[in-house]
Write a protein that binds this ligand. Structure first.
Ligand SMILES: Cc1cc2nc3c(=O)[nH]c(=O)nc-3n(C[C@H](O)[C@H](O)[C@H](O)COP(=O)(O)OP(=O)(O)OC[C@H]3O[C@@H](n4cnc5c(N)ncnc54)[C@H](O)[C@@H]3O)c2cc1C
Length: 351
């Protein structure tokens, strides 16, 4: 195979966006450096569920088929490199809140696009112990990623390879026109800073919002250990009768503290699935980088051609990041156009 020209890339942020882009660039023989301050509040705390469905509307999520297969293969391919199991299949059970949603599922389960994802209703056994006035449906194509391991093992791997600097990026040390950072010249600098995008002077007018998500870790002997449950909240098994319950959506909120209000809210939501008391063990929280149109944000700064952004992965980063990282690498290395739906050019300031 022909050897590709190696360019120098600096990636700011080593969460899902930064790490998946780094792997794709390294695969293509590029020189990569990552700066990540270790203060991760999203990739590391996520539940890591990969669900191709949007339950409320019984629709497939944006480019689901494309993203689902690619992301599974990406996580499996990293397992050997990181020496760990990263991705495992997960049955995802929707508890229908209404007869209308149940009927919608029955309609959709026959459609070709849905057949790989929905288990026909007659085959989905409904456990007796949940409130199931309208029955339940099973998504059979989902999986989950061990989120904390994904972040920490990637950090350790990049660090062992001499590719990661565990420090804070200092904007004043960057000459944006020449791409010089701390006296080193880079061909491309990509900002993957998650919700901290607002503190990056080059892209701080990109509307990436901070959406706080609070969850509960609980102990219970009534929820299943081999599937997640979804009605008003999710119940995600993490082993040894422990479960993550989540998550809140608190817009424009960067306060890294758990609140009593959120705890009460999540326990109230959980009652729609089971009235049984649970023991609350902890309250993990994080902050998602979200956008108003629910599409990530990718592209190049209009004044500084060496500066780029890959952000706004929202609530489904584990599904979206791998394929979009591949597309970002193709954009940077081959000049291939980005999907217009993610392009930075959709914002007036950058068009
Ligand atoms: C509670 C919760 C549950 C979730 N559950 C799921 C789920 O089940 N499934 C799913 O697909 N998604 C889930 N998500 C969403 C998912 O976690 C995000 O889409 C994804 O992690 C965003 O990745 P990122 O790389 O853009 O941001 P981040 O993970 O925030 O990474 C950004 C990185 O940049 C670093 N950084 C920022 N600024 C600087 C700087 N100046 N200098 C150096 N380093 C810097 C930070 O330390 C951080 O490590 C969840 C999110 C939350 C909060």
């Amino acid at each position: 195979m022909e050897q590709e020209d190696s360019k120098k890339f600096l990636i700011i942020g080593g969460g899902l966006a930064g790490s998946s882009l780094a792997h794709h660039l390294i695969q293509r023989n590029q020189s990569v450096q990552i700066i990540d301050d270790g203060e991760n509040h999203s990739t590391r705390v996520a539940a890591g569920m990969v669900n191709p469905l949007v339950f409320r509307r019984t629709t497939l999520s944006w480019r689901a088929a494309d993203f689902l297969q690619y992301s599974w293969e990406y996580y499996k391919s990293l397992e050997h490199l990181l020496n760990i199991t990263l991705a495992e299949p997960l049955l995802i059970r929707r508890i229908f809140p209404s007869e209308q949603e149940r009927e919608e599922w029955i309609k959709k389960q026959e459609l070709p696009d849905f057949q790989a994802h929905l288990t026909p209703l007659l085959e989905s056994e409904t456990p007796q112990k949940y409130k199931t006035a309208f029955g339940t449906g099973l998504v059979k194509s989902g999986f989950f990623v061990h989120a904390q391991d994904y972040y920490l093992k990637n950090r350790a791997y990049f660090s062992n390879q001499g590719l990661l600097k565990s420090k804070t990026f200092t904007p004043s040390q960057l000459d944006p026109m020449s791409g010089t950072y701390e006296n080193e010249v880079f061909d491309h600098i990509i900002f993957c800073t998650g919700y901290k995008n607002s503190s990056c002077p080059f892209f701080n007018n990109v509307p990436v919002k901070s959406t706080k998500g609070q969850t509960l870790e609980v102990k219970s002997d009534i929820f299943p250990e081999n599937e997640s449950l979804h009605l008003k909240c999710f119940v995600f098994p993490i082993g040894q009768q422990k479960f993550r319950i989540g998550a809140t959506y608190e817009w424009d909120n960067e306060e890294l503290v758990p609140t009593e209000t959120a705890k009460i809210h999540l326990l109230d939501q959980l009652k729609y699935i089971s009235e049984q008391e649970v023991e609350v063990l902890s309250q993990p929280i994080g902050i998602r980088p979200t956008t108003m149109d629910r599409r990530p944000t990718m592209g190049t700064h209009p004044q500084f051609p060496k500066l780029h952004i890959f952000n706004g992965l929202g609530a489904k980063g584990y599904l979206l990041a791998p394929r979009l990282a591949a597309e970002m690498a193709e954009y940077l290395l081959d000049g291939k156009a980005l999907d217009p739906e993610v392009s930075l050019k959709r914002y007036k300031f950058f068009s």
